[in-house]
Design a protein around this ligand. Sequence first.
Ligand code: NI
Length: 274
Amino acid sequence: MPESCTSEFFTDEAVAIYGEQGFFLPLRMFAAEGVAELRAHLEAAEARQGSLTGKNRSAKYHLLMTWLDQLVRHAGILDAVEKLLGPDILCWGTALLIKEPGDGTHVSWHQDLNYWGLDPADVTTAWLALSPATKETGCMRMMAGSHLVHYAHRDTDDPSNLLSRGQTVADDLDEAAATYIELQPGEISLHHGNMAHASGPNSGSERRIGIAIRYLAAHVRPTDGPDSALLVRGQDRYRNFEAETSPAEDFDPAAMAEHDRVMALRQAVLMAGV
Ligand code: NI
């Protein structure tokens, strides 16, 4: 894990902004050397495993790769998340969100908690950019205040939509009011689990690489059957989720077995999402 972390203070004012709009950005977590180190880890894993992205977006890769296990426990990120969720924090998922230049992939408007099977909504995503996330490269866009609204969703059939079932907000949204979540490499945004968000295709010339980390307050409950999560800070007094185990080495047999076990649980609960 890079040592040159430069986590910024997530001020009370910033927390209040998050409460009002449902997201906050940017918070710088890594300097250029740290970004390069993380990107090297990710690209080495791609060289070994093939594509790490695609439709299975809730893949919990932090249970397979030690560098990602360390990232989900990163003190600067957790310090920010603690201000939103309190001192007892579970990591429920990671997603590697990679859009190759010109691949046409996009994400339709949706609210994650519409289909994640979690309650209450004390759920936040930290989204770390490892390459520029801009309007051109297909960064997320979000609808301020939408975390306080529940929209009806419908499934769509569009292979370029990265969501597993093409889940899409059925209501008309005022897209002109959306905020583009532009991040420089090493910066994170935070967004509420109920935030309406979407992203367009990458029309730039560089890969757009993001890592989304899903955090829950320990009192959150799975609503659709048994589920699992990894304690990353504080204590789990609730035991609402089966405890997960961190990998000792990348892709070692025990880690692969643990990943298979928890993904089977997850598949039974939902059909994956972003
Ligand atoms: Ni999403």
